[in-house]
Design a protein around this ligand. Structure first.
Ligand code: FMN
Length: 313
């Protein structure tokens, strides 16, 4: 039995391309470099897509070391959004990425609304990008460091401005889980023109070195990811999928095909794999194969049949 794994995440509309994926498994931003670094170990053509490391207008050096710290069933990171900047990405990474048959999604961030717009405008001139994913978990320097993704009004403002700049391609907004009610932020992003939502980014956490009584990270806090966050992320995907009609990409601790299937059942249309790439660079390919196997053994002909089939009593 053949299983159709393809998903249409965002339909095309006048003047804007749609987002079709050959399968619903993508590599998550910040865990897969700019994609090309993984090409020797992973057949990128197998991936539903890959989301590149967050891009800012100017290159950034990132946070002081140490940047990573292992935790039970997960890890903390405080990379500080180190990246080569959008212009170098277009000149040095995109040409090679164009050679692969997979959806390349540009993760975008800024410290001001204007910076988000600048990054998207630069990408709009380039070929080989399938969509934009807006990382709204950054502190807004103009608003005294309040994260864009924690305040519905700021979320609306940055998504509306990004929407205005993103004319050619779908705009995905990646939500922060560090909020009281994620559905409020999901609705704000939807109202402001998002085409899809990625749920979720990392959970803010800490680890203390008892010898020095200092943080185990160069910054005091970091983002928790990996299997430890899977139940939390699953719950948030379920909440968001019920609250808005936009397609949802589920992210958080996915390490197996059955993990991916769980996210699809609670309402995700696609998933991203992050921390698992550090254990096994080809984890997304294995997860695609396992998801296909799960479908085949359960007589599911198209993966879309799984989406949103959760039965809540
Ligand atoms: C080292 C590291 C760097 C990350 N960098 C980014 C980033 O630049 N932009 C972004 O939106 N998310 C970033 N993330 C968040 C991941 O894309 C993902 O949302 C999160 O890790 C949860 O998924 P996981 O449990 O499968 O890792 C990063 C995560 C890690 C571990």
């Amino acid at each position: 039995m053949n299983v159709d794994l393809s998903v249409e995440l965002v339909p095309a509309r006048a003047g804007q391309a749609g987002l079709w994926l050959k399968n619903p498994v993508l590599a998550a931003s910040g865990t897969f470099g700019y994609g090309v670094e993984f090409a020797a170990q992973v057949d990128l053509n197998r991936l539903g897509g890959l989301v590149v490391k967050g891009l800012s207008a100017a290159p950034l050096d990132g946070a002081p070391a140490p940047r990573l710290c292992e935790t039970p069933a997960g890890m903390l990171n405080a990379v500080g959004l180190q990246n080569i900047g959008v212009r170098r990405f277009i000149a040095e990474k995109l040409p090679a990425l164009r050679g692969y048959d997979t959806a390349v999604i540009a993760n975008v961030f800024g410290h001001t609304v204007e910076e988000y717009v600048e990054v998207i405008r630069a990408l709009e001139q380039a070929e080989g990008v399938a969509a934009y994913e807006l990382n709204i978990s950054c502190p807004n320097v103009k608003q005294g460091g309040v994260e864009f993704g924690r305040e519905p009004q700021l979320t609306r403002e940055v998504v509306r401005a990004a929407r205005g700049a993103a004319r050619r391609r779908p705009l995905i907004v990646k939500l922060s889980p560090n909020v009281t009610d994620i559905t409020v932020l999901a609705r704000a992003a939807a109202e402001a023109g998002a085409d899809a939502l990625s749920v979720v980014n990392t959970f803010t956490g800490m680890a203390v070195d008892l010898r020095t009584r200092r943080s185990r990270l160069g910054l005091t806090t970091g983002g928790l990811s990996g299997p430890a966050i899977k139940p939390l992320a699953l719950r948030m995907v379920w909440e968001v999928a019920r609250a808005v009609s936009l397609p949802v990409i589920g992210i958080g601790g996915i390490a197996t095909g059955e993990d991916a299937a769980e996210f699809l059942v609670v309402g995700a249309r696609a998933v991203q794999v992050g921390t698992a790439n550090f254990i096994q660079p080809f984890a997304p390919v294995r997860i695609i194969e396992e998801l296909e196997m799960y479908c085949r053994s359960n007589k599911i002909a198209t993966v879309r049949e799984l989406c949103g089939t959760f039965i809540s009593e």
